[in-house]
Design a protein around this ligand. Structure first.
Ligand SMILES: Nc1ncnc2c1ncn2[C@@H]1O[C@H](COP(=O)(O)OP(=O)(O)OP(=O)(O)O)[C@@H](O)[C@H]1O
Ligand SMILES: [Zn+2]
Length: 652
């Protein structure tokens, strides 16, 4: 039970909840049942069938409707007298500016991506509103509190950049299934169905450069004399047969590697009967979610691993369905893990490539997880995390700074607990966001274009939404709807210029200022000229120093497993190690948020302790205990095993 003081704080509070997905649904319900009476929700999404298993405020009949609005209506059914305002919109929209944020006592994040989290962090800092941040990945989760000047901001701790792989691993020498998925998704799928003008070469270059890419023809374009089946077979033979043969001709590459095997369609699916099981789908299907190559081929179980022949059939059938039924989408598609046909195509293509390179094939279910960076969500983790968000929100409202806790939900018990409360750090003095520490950019100022700085550094690494870049008092780039035409043309010209050729030349020693008025964000970048960069270790051709130690300086680039930053399941590196009263936490969440530093574990005094004997298994659903020892600072402790004993952990 909340104390009278808490109830008053709760009733009088105006809270903003960003994200009405897995965590958000749980959070809205818990807020409403805890007595909150004025809640705003922002979510830009509509409800998908795949949300229904855990986003319990939504039903089948709501599919396609706004998450924010439906969540509001569902909660008002059992708490009709509270005020809930739903915004079906992107939190990055200009209407959600600093003044909008200022009206709230606390902001609660239930987001799934780094970009939106960084944006909300900056607005909370600018508006001086406390932020309770959260995330889950399967059994793992965390809730952190960020109060300007008192605790670290969301960006004080390093965030890993999305997992990236060297270009040559993806295009020529894959060794893991995830490499095949990245190839299928970011190269093949993107080339066939996305923006064809993008720089993306599906052709493998042989030692003899003139021999690559016959006549420089764009293989992805359907020829006039080709029907869908012929086109599909040509693409198949090109990418799985011809390109591999070509790659094999470069003997150097294979000296210390297993050679791949070229695969041609005639060897896998001898005529006739290539489409013997396909329906050729003549129905006029308008709903894209019901278009399925595997179903039309009679492959019903997504957890089966298809044979090479089946994968080849799915590849051809999916390609043909795209051409026949989704012609309008072609040219503008980007991979979406909720688009059935796209997942089928990518699964099939990745599997054929895997077969070629002697890598084990995977089911559609597994491939979808890897391609969409999905660690399958666990409703209970979301519920636990939502409860912890509300506990921290109440502390924020009571101004109980001493009892703020960052709480990590771990997969294996540590000190016999699955929830680890730790004291928040103070703001990081070298954080470029809340402490405005200057950064340094090593770059070849003679060769690098302004466009690369804007895309790779300002938007990608610094998370700036609407950048303004200045050299002294000279504007060299800005974005916005209200710019004059000649300014837009001028900036477009600047983007294509090398740094040293800009009207106000950027050379070694230049200090650039990057601003975002919406985020009220400013940072300085000291430019240092460097002539050479290591292609493998520094493929971006520039190095940004000073973000946070080391973590950003990993080799990177080319194909990422997705902008969304979650990891493929098999690579989940979440670990917690234990030494006396310090724990080292590397917890990944749906957006790759991680805390990678030693933190002081809040001392716990465990009463009613009863050593769990027996299995080490974790039964999260059974083992959540909410404790009430009459103290304000109570925490929820989860125990491993099926033991029925509840533990108390009193915060110091
Ligand atoms: N920039 C943003 N503005 C508003 N809402 C956002 C923004 N970015 C993400 N969200 C919302 O945050 C929520 C995150 O919820 P969750 O992690 O459960 O993802 P999901 O999309 O519902 O599920 P899944 O990704 O597993 O299919 C989503 O509803 C998403 O729409
Ligand atoms: Zn910070």
């Amino acid at each position: 039970m909340a104390s009278e003081q808490e109830l008053q704080a709760i009733k009088g509070a105006k809270v903003l909840m960003v994200g009405a997905g897995g965590i958000g649904c749980e959070l809205l319900k818990t807020l409403a049942l805890s007595g909150f009476e004025d809640i705003h929700i922002i979510d830009m999404d509509t409800i998908e069938v795949s949300n229904l298993n855990r986003q319990f405020l939504f039903r089948q009949c709501h599919v396609g409707q706004s998450k924010a609005k439906v969540a509001r209506e569902a909660v008002l059914k059992f708490r009709p007298n509270i005020n809930i305002t739903a915004h079906h919109a992107n939190v990055k929209n200009s209407e959600f500016n600093v003044d909008f944020f200022k009206q709230f006592n606390v902001v609660l994040n239930g987001l799934d991506n780094l970009d939106a989290r960084r944006h909300v962090n900056r607005l909370c800092l600018a508006a001086g509103v406390p932020l309770v941040e959260s995330g889950t990945t399967g059994f793992l989760g965390q809730v952190t509190v960020h109060v300007k000047g008192q605790t670290e901001c969301y960006e004080c701790q390093p965030k890993p950049t999305p997992k990236t792989y060297p270009v040559c691993t993806i295009t020529s020498t894959p060794t893991k299934f995830v490499h095949c998925i990245v190839w299928a998704k970011d190269l093949l799928f993107a080339k066939l169905f996305g923006d064809r003008t993008q720089d993306n070469d599906l052709n493998v270059h042989s030692a003899d450069a003139t021999n690559s890419s016959k006549n420089n023809e764009d293989i992805s374009v359907q020829r006039d004399d080709e029907d869908c089946e012929k086109y599909g077979k040509r693409i198949y033979d090109h990418v799985f047969g011809y390109n591999i043969d070509l790659a094999l001709s470069n003997e150097e590459t294979w000296k210390n590697r297993n050679k791949p095997k070229p695969i041609y369609i005639k060897d896998v699916l001898p005529e006739p009967g290539m489409h013997q099981n396909g329906t050729n789908n003549t129905l006029d299907i308008t709903d894209k979610s019901s278009l399925s190559a595997m179903h039309s081929l009679g492959l019903m179980n997504p957890q089966d691993t298809w044979t090479l022949a089946e994968n080849s059939k799915v590849f051809l059938e999916a390609l043909s369905l795209f051409l026949k039924k989704r012609e309008k989408d072609i040219g503008s598609l980007s991979f979406d893990k909720d688009d059935q046909l796209s997942v089928e195509f990518v699964t099939a293509a990745a599997n054929v490539r895997a077969a070629s390179f002697g890598i084990p094939m995977h089911s559609l279910f597994e491939s979808k997880g890897i391609a969409g960076n999905i660690v399958h969500a666990i409703a209970t983790t979301n519920a636990v995390i939502a409860g912890l968000i509300v506990i921290e929100a109440i502390k924020v409202l009571k101004n109980a700074a001493n009892s703020f806790r960052m709480t990590y939900c771990v997969e294996h018990p540590l000190k016999k607990m699955l929830l680890m409360p730790v004291e928040p750090f103070e703001p990081n003095k070298s954080c470029y966001v809340c402490s405005e520490m200057p950064l340094t950019l090593e770059v070849n100022t003679h060769k690098t274009k302004l466009r690369e700085i804007v895309e790779k550094i300002v938007k990608n690494k610094l998370g700036v939404n609407l950048p303004i870049i200045m050299h002294g008092s000279t504007l060299i780039f800005e974005t916005g709807d209200d710019l004059e035409e000649d300014m837009v043309a001028n900036y477009a010209l600047n983007l294509e210029k090398a740094l040293c050729d800009l009207p106000s030349p950027v050379t070694s020693g230049t200090v650039l200022t990057v601003e975002d008025f919406q985020q009220e964000f400013t940072c300085s970048i000291n430019i240092t000229h460097r002539e050479e960069f290591d292609d493998e270790k520094e493929p971006e051709g520039m190095v940004l120093l000073g973000l946070t130690p080391d973590l950003y300086e990993k080799p990177s680039k080319v194909a990422t497993t997705e902008e969304s930053t979650s990891m493929a399941p098999q690579e989940k590196p979440a670990t917690v190690s234990d030494s006396d009263d310090e724990i080292e936490i590397v917890v990944l969440e749906e957006s790759n948020r991680f805390a990678g530093s030693k933190r002081k574990l809040v001392e716990t005094s465990i009463t009613n302790s009863h050593d769990p004997k027996g299995k080490d298994g974790i039964n999260v659903a059974n083992d959540v205990g909410k404790l009430d020892d009459g103290h304000d600072d109570e925490v929820v402790v989860m125990k491993a095993c099926n033991e029925d004993v509840r533990k108390k952990a009193k915060l110091v």
